[in-house]
Design a binder for this molecule. Structure first.
Ligand code: GDP
Length: 282
């Protein structure tokens, strides 16, 4: 699912997320491991209002493992609890329960001190479209899915999903808008599937991708298109790929639209291997 974000949509998303915030103890912020900054909501701190938060670098299976490690250290240095995950296969998901419990330990301690019986910790998943929120919710719910709705303040369409003994998860995630800082952020979001592909020109996004791959992953690029050398010139690189893939128009000229779309789809399908499009060092 991709949403086109207008100011009205953003205001509504913010209002809804803040409303949900009243019900929960711990926020699970989902980021795309390939673009952790570009996939981060720009006002997440304001929305979560100081609630304990864990960060999950999802789709880590598609990202460069070394760079994901560097991002983990980066967010940890900001004081966050950080996990890597592949929600699709369920990898890393088992660490979420303990992390949430650790973040909520203070709250549980306080309840005990007041002589109250500690209740289950309530968590909410927040993230931009397509980052894997629903996949993760389904993973966490797995076999033990037990819907326990009808709590004050929870609308009918929202239910709590029991995860293990000590955690409850709101079954509808908070959908937030991504950054729209600059063109590069836009290309990263288009390439990773966070925004509608029609919003971006394939030639522009693919040119951005080829530059990134040439700079950081030349061997993966060569291997994908069986190239021995990478031409310096981007146009020559497009030509070479187009020719090799038979993206031609009459007269043997390169069909740039088709070539660009092919490169774009190859990236979306993970055909280059594990690639990150953003590094903390940038
Ligand atoms: P949502 O919009 O945030 O709820 O995103 P979805 O859960 O619908 O996931 C969007 C797409 O990403 C789907 O095609 C999922 O199968 C895929 N996906 C989710 N998590 C992962 C992951 O960790 N790795 C990979 N490779 N794909 C994932």
């Amino acid at each position: 699912m991709s949403i086109q974000w207008f100011p009205g949509h953003m205001a509504k998303a913010k209002r809804e997320a803040k409303e949900k915030m009243k019900l929960i103890d711990v926020v699970i912020e989902l980021l795309d491991a390939r673009i952790p900054l570009s996939s981060r909501n720009p006002v997440i701190d304001e929305i979560t209002g100081g609630k304990p938060r864990i960060i999950i670098l999802n789709k880590a299976d598609l990202a460069d493992p070394e760079i994901t490690k560097a991002w983990k250290a980066y967010f940890e240095s900001e004081g966050h609890h950080v996990l890597e995950a592949d929600a699709q296969k369920g990898k890393g998901v088992q660490g979420i329960g303990p992390a949430v419990r650790e973040e909520a330990a203070g709250m549980i301690e306080k309840m005990k001190r007041k002589g109250m019986n500690p209740r289950a910790i309530r968590a909410l998943i927040l993230g931009i479209p397509n980052v894997g929120k629903s996949t993760l919710i389904n993973r966490l719910a797995s076999k033990k899915i037990a819907r326990i709705g009808d709590r004050p303040g929870v609308t009918k369409s929202q239910q709590w999903i029991k995860v293990g003994k000590e955690m409850e998860l709101l079954d509808t995630p908070g959908i937030l808008w991504p950054k729209f800082d600059d063109e590069a952020v836009g290309y990263r979001l288009a390439l990773t599937g966070a925004i509608k592909e029609e919003l971006f020109d394939f030639q522009d996004s693919s040119a951005f991708l080829l530059k990134e791959l040439k700079k950081s992953y030349p061997e993966l690029l060569k291997s994908r298109y069986s190239l021995e050398e990478l031409p310096d010139d981007l146009l020559a690189l497009f030509d070479e790929i187009g020719r090799r893939r038979g993206c031609l128009i009459s007269g043997g000229n390169i069909d740039y639209d088709r070539t660009a779309e092919l490169i774009f789809r190859d990236f979306r399908a993970g055909k280059f291997g594990r690639v990150s499009l953003e590094q903390p060092a940038d």
